[in-house]
Design a protein around this ligand. Structure first.
Ligand code: GLU
Length: 469
């Protein structure tokens, strides 16, 4: 079997959708290509040895600026993977109307093998390489967390940037996903998982779609399987539980567990912290292999880890009615074909996991405006609501209860505004994609419809920008 190319899979999906557009072949070719690829090697002293670290930053498109996309730390990082992830960022941003071009970065390391001090050295050196080549900056290219990185790494990046670009007033906007104390925004940490939830909830609220799948509308009571208990998988599972769904199985790389009555996600995380594994969780049954969870009978299957987990080999055994791609690229094009034939609905990655970059956009705006969301209007809104409520109470001669009063009076905090912006974004994107799908019965699946929406937006940008003579 030839080696799987993730970028090849993205190109394949792109071509499938491009057929439904009227764009000049030159424009389509320009959208598809990765514009700039920076592959670097740099030395880092680890203990008494010098290690040569391999890393990348790929800017897939430049139809808008800055470029945007996370940085991955994993042994699987290679050029093909970073190119594919960068391309997905272009389409993702277009679908959710986030005015960025697509990029992605990665370092080929196993972060578990290094101490925090060593990781800091690697991250800071990577950042200075990006600065040297003008591959980072609030108006150039803005990284964020991805698999294997988080707030801590983003804090090192912004600190390195600020120390090498002293006096740059918008320097905080050079990276997103920062800790709140370092210019981050409240609500970014759970944003991808919450976006996955909002997107799937909207799909589940569409009666015609649910009728076709033989499911009732709404997420309440739905059986959910989540693969990957990292930042995305954990928060997705939490939001589904809060909405009344049952998380019946969880999978991690060491194994998978299930309980038909639903698992307590926090308790599983606690158990994993204590024992080093999710296996043998009290009340749950262990699966023989972690991939068995993917083949379980359920309503919603949510792969939330890495690419290529559902492919031509195991797709025939997948029984889920809806597959929600919280990860980037968890299904191969072969899996898409097989699942479409089975009548399952695949809700595609490049829009479903766009909650992360959407809230990154809010964080970047906050950094450029130098003011916290809600700071100007919170008290004003509360005072106004208080006056309205007072008038109503005066006119009716009745008083509302304390709990209701609190709800009515509440002025928006940063996290309220961020979440409501995210909810609006995910609902609008879901409807736009579904409308594009319904408008043309020839479109075979939701992924193709999503690509179509994205290609039309990026194509319009390129066409309006004009091409240099
Ligand atoms: N790494 C995330 C993604 O794949 C977030 C990117 C960002 O916030 O820029 O969408």
């Amino acid at each position: 079997m030839s080696e799987y190319s993730f970028f090849g899979a993205v190109e394949k999906s792109f071509d499938k959708a491009a057929k439904f557009t009227k764009w000049d072949p030159g424009i389509l070719e320009q959208i598809k290509q990765c514009n700039a690829v920076y592959r670097m090697h740099f030395p880092v002293k680890i203990g008494d040895k010098i290690e040569v670290v391999k890393a990348y930053r790929v800017q897939h498109s430049h139809h808008k600026l800055p470029c945007k996309g996370g940085i991955r730390f994993a042994m699987s990082v290679n050029l093909d993977e970073v190119m594919a992830l960068a391309a997905l960022m272009t389409y993702k941003c277009a679908i959710v109307n986030v005015p960025f071009a697509g990029a992605k970065g990665g370092i080929t390391i196993d972060p578990k093998k290094y101490t925090p001090y060593e990781l800091e050295k690697i991250t800071r050196r990577y950042t200075s390489e990006l600065i040297k080549k003008n591959f980072i900056g609030p108006g150039i290219d803005v990284p964020a967390p991805d698999y294997g990185t988080g707030e801590r790494e983003m804090a090192w990046i912004v600190d390195t940037y600020q120390s090498m670009r002293p006096g740059e007033i918008d320097a905080l906007g050079c990276v997103t996903g920062k800790p709140v104390t370092q210019g981050g925004v409240r609500g970014r940490r759970e944003a991808t998982g919450l976006g996955v939830f909002y997107g799937l909830r909207e799909v589940c609220n569409m009666k015609d779609v649910m009728d076709r799948l033989g499911l009732t509308t709404g997420v309440e009571g739905k059986k959910v399987v989540v693969q990957g208990l990292g930042n995305v998988g954990y928060h997705t599972a939490k939001f589904f539980t809060e909405a009344g769904s049952k998380v019946v199985a969880l999978a991690e790389y060491e194994g998978a567990i299930f309980n038909n009555d639903g698992l307590d996600v926090d308790a599983v995380v606690e158990h994993r912290k204590k024992t080093g594994s999710i296996l043998n969780f009290p009340g749950a049954t262990n699966f023989a292999k972690n991939t068995d969870a993917l083949e379980m009978e359920c309503d919603l299957l949510i792969p939330a880890a890495l690419e290529n987990v559902i492919n031509g080999e195991n797709a025939p055994r997948v029984k889920a009615k809806i597959i929600g791609e919280a990860a980037n690229g968890p299904l191969t094009p072969e899996a898409d074909e097989i699942l479409a034939k089975k009548g399952a609905l695949v809700v595609p990655d490049m829009y479903l996991n766009a909650g992360g970059v959407t809230v990154s956009y809010f964080e970047w705006l906050k950094n450029l405006s130098h003011v916290r969301y809600g700071r100007m209007e919170k008290r004003f809104t509360e005072n106004l609501n208080g006056q309205i409520l007072g008038q109503i109470e005066g006119l009716t001669g009745k008083k509302v209860g304390d709990r209701e009063k609190e709800l009515i009076m509440h002025g928006p905090e940063e996290v309220d505004l961020v979440r409501s912006g995210l909810e609006e974004t995910m609902i609008t994107a879901t409807r736009e994609i579904m409308d594009a799908w319904k408008a043309n019965p020839e479109i075979p699946d939701m992924r193709t419809a999503a690509y179509l929406v994205a290609i039309n937006k990026v194509g319009t940008s390129y066409a309006e920008l004009g091409i240099f003579p």
